[in-house]
Design a binder for this molecule. Sequence first.
Ligand code: HEC
Length: 91
Amino acid sequence: MRRLARLLVAALPLLPAAAGADEARVATGRALFVANCQECHGPTGEGGAGGDIRGMKQPEVARATRGFEQMPAFDLGEADLAAIVAYLAAN
Ligand code: HEC
């Protein structure tokens, strides 16, 4: 029991670090989105010339950013896509 308590205490500092990583990813996604996507999908992905894409998952975002209907193609790596998906999920 005491050993378990010590393990829990040891794990505590990891929790804020994990939250920080998520926040950093969302912040990166926001920057990418504002620079590349906002003009057609609005500042949070709520829609405009392009549709409402809030909450869209990685497969749809990856497919769309290769060029979709009137949407231009973007050269985005996996990490950039994941960041944009995290931003869309946070809105
Ligand atoms: C020049 C305008 C324009 C820009 C810039 C743009 N899009 Fe789009 N996007 C569109 C249009 C038009 C559609 C298709 C019509 C619709 O969804 O209403 C679309 C559709 C989508 C879809 C939905 C695909 C589906 O399966 O329905 C996603 C996801 C998407 N865009 C993501 C992005 C992301 C991420 C970016 C930035 C990297 C971006 N778009 C930039 C115009 C744009």
